[in-house]
Design a protein around this ligand. Sequence first.
Ligand code: SAM
Length: 406
Amino acid sequence: MEKALLEYLICPFCAGSLQVDKVINVKNTRIIDGILSCPCHRYPIVSGILCLQGDETSEKALNLLDMKKTSAALYLMLEGRMMKKIINLTKKLHLAPSFWKIIGFWNWRYWTAYLRYRFSAPNFICSLSLMPVIKEAEGYMLDVCAGVGHFAFMAAKHIPATKIVCVERRFTNLYLAREFFAPHAAGYIDWDASQMLPFVDGFFNSVVCLDSFHYIETKYLFSKEMMRVLNDDGILLIPHIHNSSLSNVLPGTPLSPSHYQNLFSNLEIRMIPEEKMLKDLLSEDAVDLSLTKDEAGDFTLAVSRNTKYFKRYSTSMLFESSPINLIVNPIYKVKKCRSGIHLKLKFPCRLYRAEFPLIERYFEKKLFINNDDLKNEEKGEKKMMWQKRFILIDVPLRFMNRQAVS
Ligand SMILES: C[S@@+](CC[C@H](N)C(=O)[O-])C[C@H]1O[C@@H](n2cnc3c(N)ncnc32)[C@H](O)[C@@H]1O
């Protein structure tokens, strides 16, 4: 956790400021292991992750940190017997397995598929078109309900990683975020977002809550809290919000579009249907926040006190930076032949296929990529075209063992 973040954090129970109580391991400007305190609690920082839950496990972690037993504190905080063992072992033996492999040990089948194929999901792809908006907002970005940090990884290509803060209620997700997806984020905070958020008023210029708002029970409180921590010029983006009029494989507790709007009734709000966002991104290199459309599907909600954001943006910046690790989208099975590669769409499981019906509508089912088109720099245009169709995707270095395309 970046020390600079400390002055903007508050205790979610007493709203007091957080002070450094004990530092065990530091790396440059970051506290890796240590303890923070406020007027009412002490909070552990384990492997760079600040745990604000104040529960029995945190108490045990504090005891271990007081004895400087940092590896034992990490072992305690991680979830799943196999996950604990594997992460412990890989650290001891200095191994560097891929995320794809590690996540298989959580023994939580659908979550594994969801995370392995997150870069392929249409709702995730749509959310990427919001990057120009986040870039325009500048300043700090909060990724709340961050999962393992897929979105933070993509955002770090467009804003400094040290301006990103991830909040998530599962410590293990944050551990994976720090290890694989967003290693340089300013903060990783283990906290249940259905309660008060642990930040001072108006700290963030953008707040993003992707594919999660429908899972929060305290929607009224959560909407107020997200607006409280957002500054007057900032923007709240809630991509992929479930619509209660639509059946969903994992619905959470969704509302109707008008009930979501009521949560933000005194603010400027736009609702953008997800399928329109996908079409605009894929065929027009654009995202349009100028209009509200109340359609039957899932959608993105954009809320601000400032109307400057409600316009059309070009999304071409998404493909302008040099890729880190460009691979064939894992949703495609790859078969090599002498002249190139054959790709065939293959879903990881039936549930995934049911959750993401837009994949079959917007992704080619089969295609062939010629070796020459991949290797020949003069044919860079083709590579760009495949990136723009998300057939080639840029992923973290240790995401999976699939070979990068040259
Ligand atoms: C469907 S996942 C989305 C993850 C990520 N935003 C993405 O789109 O890749 C929902 C995430 O919200 C987290 N979550 C659910 N309820 C939460 C809560 N009350 N507080 C914090 N995180 C929560 C879950 O642990 C999970 O990681």
